[in-house]
Structure formats: structure tokens, C-alpha cells
Design a protein around this ligand. Structure first.
Ligand code: DOR
Ligand code: ZN
Length: 344
């Protein structure tokens, strides 16, 4: 197959940061995706409906002329978010989810939740309003091995949470393990998961290929090959519980290539192309449209997009860098050849 046409896809998990970098990165996502769920982990985090409205306007101002792209906004859950913020968010019509970061789990998560019990009134309201809770599913306990943090989170935190709130809509974000895949498959229909391109493409050996490679560091961290294989099986299975969320997370080159480098991979410049590569390698291109363009919209109870994109099989080189405000951004697969190209 030399080309594939899809209903325009959406990105159900995206970091775009703020300020003068927006004009450098928003065009990448907006060229491919109709909508994206925008993560609220700014500094300070986006915790109110007003803040989310202002952030949405700054993002829209960075969308190139003639392109339609809708940022779907989220709020950042904290220990002291008032439950009434959720009814306000629901009424706004532009807030589509609330993000739960365990405090200290990842980039800009210090304001995250220290104890879920403190948020029960908010969770009650989310359940009532059918607003999804998006979960960064890793425990932060320093005694838990970094490669086990997702599995331990599922057992210790997620299972009890779902017992307390059986009708809560939950998206376990950027899943990385066989344990997560099995859990999602056997959970009720209100529980879904996103899968990133990098967790489908790489395993933990890639972090250490001939030396330490900071551009392969993300959270949750890459896992063993057997887990990557389970994620591919889930993504290409046609099960609507699994859908596309890139977790594209730009950081300046200086912050990645450092003695204490930041977590995050930037994939927005070629996201749907990279998913196509994985699906093709696994003889599952016919399953890409469900995963990328239909299942997420259905889960969020939004219409599917009414236009299409075409990808052409045309091997080409990824740029070695992009500008990122006054800094430089090193994209995923910088300088490497990929197989699929977005048709103009
Ligand atoms: O690798 C990651 N980067 N994982 C996250 O959870 C956050 C993200 C970021 O914001 O940089
Ligand atoms: Zn993320």
C-alpha cells in the first residue's frame, strides 16, 4: 500500500507548553490532528476554568491561518481543588477532562495530588458530570523500582479508586506494560487508555544504545521488549478502549542534554506518520483509523472529524532540530529516515 486516507485523527494527550514556543510547535500538531487534549502541567498549573480559557486563546493564536484545530482543555487536579470548579468546568463546554498527577511523579507535578482521599469531593463531581479523569499512573514511592511504578500504581491506587467510584470515566494515560494492557482489557467500559508512539517504537535498550541517550528518557520510562509487544497488540487489536495519545512533550535541548535531564519526547512533528509505521510493520494499517480517529472521540462523546488526511509511503529524513522560542528542540528520530509522509 502506497497511500492511506484516514478520517482526520485527534491527539488525546499532548503537551504544548506556553508563551513564545507555541508558534513553533502548534503548527506540527494542527497540520495533522483536528483536536488535542491539552495537558495542564504548566508552571503554575492550569487549575481553574478561567485559566484554561486564557490558555486556550494563547494556543489558538498560534494556529496557522486557514487551519482548523481545536484545543480541548483540561484542569490540573490538586489536593485543594474545590468541587464546584467541576460544575463550572462542565458548564464552560471547553473543558473535557481533569488530569491527576501523583505529586512528584513527573515534569511539573509538584502541585499534584498527595493523597487521593483529599480529592474525593472532586472525583464525586467528575463521576456525576461524566468528565474523564486522566491518570498519570505511577507511584512515587522511592522504594518502588522505576520500572515497576505503573504496575504498582494499578494495584495500589487505581483498583481501589475504581471500587470507590465505579462509574468514574478514567483514562490511564501512556500505558507501558502488559499489566496495564490486561487491566484495561478486563475493566469496565468507562476505563480506557492512551498509547504513545514512543512506547510502540522503542524499548528500554534504546535509552542505553552505545551510551546514555537522554532523548529516549520519558515517564513512564520505556520498558522491556515484551511490554512493547503487548502495547502493539493492544493498539492494533481494534479494541476501542485503546486510542491515540502522543504525550509529545517538548523540552529545550539544554534541558534534555544535561546531568539531570528532563523526561519527555517530542513527536508532534511526525506523530501520525510514526504510528502508521508501527501499524504497517505489524500488518495492521486497516486498524489505524479506529485507533487514531474514532475510538477517542467516541470515548469523549465528541463527533468524529468530518475531514480526512492522506499519508503517502515516501521515505524521508526528519529535521535534525526545530526552533523552540529562543532555544532548540530535538525531535524524535532527529536526522533519521521514516517511511510515511503527510500529503500536502
Ligand atoms: O515524559 C514525560 N514528559 N512524561 C510526563 O508525564 C510529563 C511530560 C512532560 O510534561 O514533559
Ligand atoms: Zn503527558
Amino acid at each position: 500500500m502506497n497511500s492511506i486516507t484516514l478520517i482526520r485523527p485527534d491527539d488525546w494527550h499532548l503537551h504544548v507548553r506556553d508563551g513564545d514556543v507555541l508558534k513553533d510547535i502548534i503548527p506540527h500538531t494542527a497540520a495533522r490532528f483536528g483536536r488535542a487534549i491539552i495537558m495542564p502541567n504548566l508552571k503554575p498549573p492550569v487549575t481553574t476554568t478561567e485559566q484554561a480559557a486564557a490558555y486556550q486563546q494563547r494556543i489558538l493564536a498560534a494556529v496557522p491561518q486557514g487551519i482548523t484545530f481545536t484545543p480541548l482543555m483540561t484542569l490540573y487536579l490538586t489536593d485543594n481543588m474545590p468541587a464546584k470548579e467541576i460544575s463550572k468546568a462542565k458548564q464552560s463546554g471547553f473543558i473535557h477532562a481533569v488530569k491527576y498527577y501523583p505529586a512528584g511523579a513527573t515534569t511539573h507535578s509538584d502541585a499534584g495530588v498527595t493523597n487521593l482521599k483529599k480529592t474525593f469531593a472532586v472525583l464525586e463531581s467528575l463521576q456525576q458530570h461524566e468528565i474523564p479523569l486522566l491518570i498519570h499512573g505511577e507511584v512515587t514511592d522511592p522504594d518502588v523500582d522505576i520500572f515497576d511504578r505503573e504496575a504498582v500504581f494499578i494495584d495500589r491506587i487505581l483498583q481501589p479508586l475504581l471500587q470507590d467510584f465505579p462509574d468514574l470515566k478514567v483514562v490511564l494515560e501512556h500505558i507501558t506494560t502488559t499489566h496495564a494492557v490486561d487491566f484495561i482489557q478486563s475493566a469496565s467500559p468507562n476505563i480506557a487508555a492512551t498509547i504513545t508512539p514512543h512506547h510502540l517504537l522503542f524499548n528500554r535498550n534504546d535509552i542505553f544504545q552505545g551510551g546514555i541517550r537522554p532523548h529516549y528518557y520519558c515517564l513512564p520510562i520505556l520498558k522491556r521488549e515484551q511490554h512493547r509487544e503487548a502495547l502493539i497488540k493492544a493498539a492494533t487489536s481494534g479494541n476501542p478502549k485503546f486510542f491515540l495519545g502522543t504525550d509529545s512533550a517538548p523540552h529545550p535541548q539544554t534541558a534534555k542534554e544535561s546531568a539531570c535531564g528532563c523526561a519527555g519526547m517530542y513527536s508532534a512533528h511526525a506523530a501520525i506518520e510514526l504510528y502508521a509505521e508501527v501499524f504497517e510493520q505489524n500488518n495492521a494499517l486497516d486498524k489505524l483509523e479506529g485507533f487514531a480517529s474514532i475510538f477517542g472521540a467516541e470515548y469523549y462523546q465528541l463527533p468524529i472529524n468530518n475531514d480526512k488526511i492522506t499519508l503517502i509511503k515516501e521515505p524521508h529524513k526528519i529535521e535534525s532540530q526545530y526552533s523552540f522560542g529562543k532555544e532548540i528542540l530535538i525531535p524524535l528520530k532527529a536526522g533519521e529516515t521514516i517511511q510515511w509522509k503527510l500529503a500536502p
